[in-house]
Design a protein around this ligand. Sequence first.
Ligand SMILES: NC(=O)c1ccc[n+]([C@@H]2O[C@H](COP(=O)([O-])OP(=O)(O)OC[C@H]3O[C@@H](n4cnc5c(N)ncnc54)[C@H](O)[C@@H]3O)[C@@H](O)[C@H]2O)c1
Length: 308
Amino acid sequence: MDSFEGKLAVVTGGGTGMGRELVIQLAAEGCSIATCDVNADNVGETAARAEKEAPPGVRVTTHLADVSDEAQMRRFRDEVAERHETDHIDLLFNNAGIGGGNSFLTGSRDAWDKTFAVDWGGVYNGMRAFTDMVVASDDAYVVNTSSVNGFWASLGPGIPHTAYSAAKFAVRGFTEALIEDFRVNAPNVKVAVVMPGHVGTDIVLNSREILGIDLEEARAQMARRGVATDGLSDDVVQNMMKMFGEMFRDNAPVTAEQAATIILDGVRAGKWRILVGEDAVTLDEAVRADPEAAYGEGGLNLSTITGQ
Ligand SMILES: NC(=O)c1ccc[n+]([C@@H]2O[C@H](COP(=O)([O-])OP(=O)(O)OC[C@H]3O[C@@H](n4cnc5c(N)ncnc54)[C@H](O)[C@@H]3O)[C@@H](O)[C@H]2O)c1
């Protein structure tokens, strides 16, 4: 796909981060967009910013829909058809996601199940809801966001990361399998999987708001990172968690804006595999070169690779 001008894109999770930047950059290139989120204020601000940059004729519509709920995604699809007066879409970005569900053994089951439902279920429901509209386009692209945790199920030694990794592996596997499925059954549709490394977004802060803060798990996480929390009040622990979320956003090697540009360049270049950031490239090479060394004591460590 050489140009986004005159096309219609659906972006899930357009409220902040990479989803917001995708909406803004697509609109600036003359693409209309329908974007959903669970946060109405944030997605409203995304649309206002995108419309400011957009040439005349571009329409940005916002929708409240939880990607983990298939009925809400079907409603979102019907709203897109009605408000954009169309039977097809040209680009589908299944981008919405949250972080969480760290330990399968000791963490909360609710947080684990919710994380998996959003990160895997969101992509699955997005595909179920929008595949017919994508196939109805003459020239379409589906872009599913996985992660480096789609090929490496860890954040480093001592930090369990199970629900997110399981979901992101599922997204990568499903998306890679779809390449052949579309090539055989609907060759007008191309498919890409996005695997970002550390990108500076509000994902840590947003995920805590969605999942709630499990203070016991927060204290355990800090202990694993060598921060003693005995004697600290719950308020202090909450503030420290907020600070970690801000540091994640502010100290990343790649901004959300840069990440969105890399993703859109990948689509323009016809890629099926879009790595975002040098850390993602380095990790990909390391895991392929020596898979046995990826885990365990002395295993790969994202913070060593990013230098954060
Ligand atoms: N930031 C990173 O370092 C990083 C790395 C690898 C992969 N990713 C992935 O990139 C994608 C975008 O993340 P981001 O970093 O821009 O995060 P973000 O939190 O800034 O943006 C995600 C958006 O999705 C929305 N969202 C969350 N749950 C939702 C739901 N159930 N239904 C609809 N919308 C929902 C949030 O409200 C938010 O607006 C996610 O899939 C994430 O897992 C991020």
